[in-house]
Design a binder for this molecule. Sequence first.
Ligand code: NA7
Length: 558
Amino acid sequence: MGNREDPIMKPKNQSAGQAEWIDVLIIGAGFGGLRMLQECRELGLEAIILDAATDLGGTWYWNRYPGARTDTESWAYCFYFSEKLNEQYSFKERYATWDSSLDYLNYAADALDMRRHMRFERRVTTARYINSENVWEVQTDTGETYRCRYLVSASGVLSVAYKPPFKNSEAFNGKVYLTANWPKEHVDFAGKRVAVIGTGASGVQVIPIIAHEAAHVTVFQRTPNYVLPARNAPVTDAQQRAIRRDFHQMVAQCRKQVFAFPMTDSKVALKSVSPEEQQRVLERGWEIGGFQFAFETFNDILTDRESNAVVAEFVRKKIRAIVKDPKTAEMLCPDYALFAKRPPLGHFYFETFNRPNVNLVDVSDDPIEAMTATGLKTRTREFGDFDAVVYATGFDGGTGALVKIDVRGTNNQSIAETWRKSLQTQFGICMNGFPNFFMISGPQAPFANTPMIVDRAVTWIGDCIRHVQASGDTVVEARAEACENWTKFVQTTMDMTVLADGAGVNSWFLGKNIPGKLQAPLFFFGGANNYFIELEKESGGGFKGMQFRRPTIDAAAA
Ligand code: NA7
């Protein structure tokens, strides 16, 4: 048996170069990184977090554009491991703004005294696994080298912004903003003529806010979205008391829900009720707002195309009823299945197109090709006179952040090269050929309420490390067969839903939004609840999908 008192035997040559030894090196100071830090404490391991930003926050550090907020209820967008932590915190609104989310993360980091384990303004550039020593050697853009036993990536699902490479992009004389990398200073749009490119969740949030301030906003839309009404509201004192009282029920509810939201999935199939009842239930869901519209109404919206079509038409009717100009309304109506793309939550999004200072340009058949000194050109038209262009054009999701780091495994193979050929993981957490390396919300994990996915994944990682320590081995790696099986399961479960239709509408769930990217399901959509069950089966069953061993002594290095 291994040494349980001192689980990590530090390599003897830790002084090699100027490398600093740490048991666990975590990349990223967002929800995932902080949750992992907490787990390391429970494991008795020394950990540090490295982050490129000047402070913690991850997504909420970078996406500080006006209107940015969560699409999950704030009281369920939290750390779940400590009831006490949340008892002392007051959630302000149903959906937390970016700065409220940052406030919560800062509050948690301070309350748990985590800050001293974080180092900022360091971007991890390379990470190499050294077989003979069973260590990861990690380098940063500041020239630091670290050596660690476990490398954990909490680098984010949507952290590498995508900016389309329009021709002459330097030609524009006005200001250029990216929602995913918004300036810290206030941006004043008063009296300005603004172009917004992109109508995904970020565009949908930023457009109504800019429209209130700017002289004019031109929205360039490639694909319309099913924007569901968020129905945001302040959290009242009575609600706050109920949130505290019902914390454990809320956690249990999230664990059972398909997207880990604090709601209860409907047990009724749309097809099983009359058309009148369908409309009545959908109307109620629309009034409640949020993702309750999709999950608390009927249980076959994601899996039955005919049921989905009824709900899609219901939303289109709402769009036509809200938007006064019939031509604009038609442009805003999606014609694909609801959920084939990630439906955003809106805060008076469709209403914004009734404002006299907002117009919509459809670029679906006439793509934007180039920037000009005053604006942009599509294939057939030119749009000028802009003071600012806002790119809300999405992310290289799922794999983007890790591909940017030169991560190399047992045979010096890089993650980027591996994923260019094929994406295979065990639960989106670990991979064959990359020992002692874990991803929090990596590709093929569910895309759902992030803090809950993070919480379950980190619990699993913690259990896996405990298993290593108890076994006396020091190397843990996913078995190739387990990764193949998980990949098949990810594909099969996706094919059972309308999300597979995303292939036809540039869905970033499938990597379709990034030219040249491997096209494969980047997320598990077989239900967050089922994912949690799979994780528990694997850890409870002794980690059969993982290989535990001693380090391989490589002849060249010996
Ligand atoms: P999304 O959802 O990927 O949205 C990006 C938007 O940008 C989307 O409307 C794209 O159109 C549009 N886009 C991208 N490239 C172009 C070009 N070349 N021309 C015109 N329009 C373009 O990213 P978000 O940041 O909004 O949201 C991502 C997630 O972050 C979100 O779901 C939340 O979970 C948080 P397309 O639809 O591809 O035709």
